[in-house]
Design a protein around this ligand. Structure first.
Ligand code: MN3
Length: 245
């Protein structure tokens, strides 16, 4: 790790946590740490490849939407995150506290955009390729916290459809209670850094995520997305979150 890399990581974590570096909290999100630690190796963040083709999620999400969403929108967050981290490094090296603080909004927006979309792509799978299995840990905790899967879907769907403007709906693991919860976030505010909940499943309801396919009818998009959820990924995230709890 280069010393300038260390500066980037420490200052970004400090900025994210609003604390002095000597008191970095243990509960800082692992994903944020790993996101920022790739800057420490001197490499820029890059747009992640998808594990499926752009047309693989049709008819729920079209190839056109996927192409624009991944290669343009997500890519822009990655580009601007890298620009922001470079500026942060510069501000830190000059001990420019005002400059460091001024970058927080851009880092939250672009860093959040990168984290959220990376989680989102992994959440999705071609229709019929994954199912919520009866003997899975995720099914068990859904039943415990919501009664049944249909109630959870209804709850998260209605909250997510109701997001005012641009934002996300999330199913998150609460390390305090050991349960799972539905939550919405506005803009690109990242779930874990903002609430402490560990993201299990996210639904992007920015218009760019559905307008080509559903026009202004957000409820149809959110109702349809349940057909392309990769429940194996949701299960793995839950097990990882419970392990590190
Ligand atoms: Mn998006």
């Amino acid at each position: 790790m280069s010393s300038s890399g260390k500066v980037i990581v420490n200052s970004a974590l400090r900025a994210a946590a609003h604390v002095r570096s000597s008191t970095l909290p243990k509960e800082l999100s692992k994903s944020a740490t790993s996101m920022l630690s790739s800057a420490a190796s001197g490499t820029n963040h890059v747009l992640p490849d998808l594990s499926y083709d752009y047309n693989a999620l049709e008819p729920v999400i079209s190839a056109e939407t996927m192409t624009i969403h991944h290669s343009k929108h997500h890519n822009t967050y990655v580009t601007n995150l890298n620009v922001g981290l470079e500026k942060l490094d510069e501000a830190v090296s000059k001990d420019d506290i005002s400059g460091i603080i001024a970058l927080q909004g851009a880092l939250k927006f672009n860093g959040g955009g990168h984290l959220n979309h990376t989680l989102f792509w992994e959440n999705l799978a071609p229709k019929g390729s994954s199912e919520l299995k009866d003997d899975s840990a995720i099914k068990c905790i859904i039943d415990l916290c919501y009664g049944d899967a249909e109630t959870m879907k209804k709850d998260l769907t209605s909250m997510t459809v109701s997001v005012q403007g641009s934002g996300w709906g999330w199913l998150g693991f609460n390390p305090q209670s050991g349960g799972i919860e539905s939550r919405t976030m506005t803009n690109q505010d990242p779930l874990q850094a903002s609430t402490g909940l560990v993201p299990l499943l996210g639904i992007d309801v920015w218009e760019h995520a559905y307008y080509v396919d559903y026009r202004n009818v957000r409820p149809d998009y959110v109702n349809a997305i349940w057909d392309i959820i990769d429940w194996d990924v949701v299960e793995k995230r839950l097990l990882d979150a419970q392990k590190s709890d």
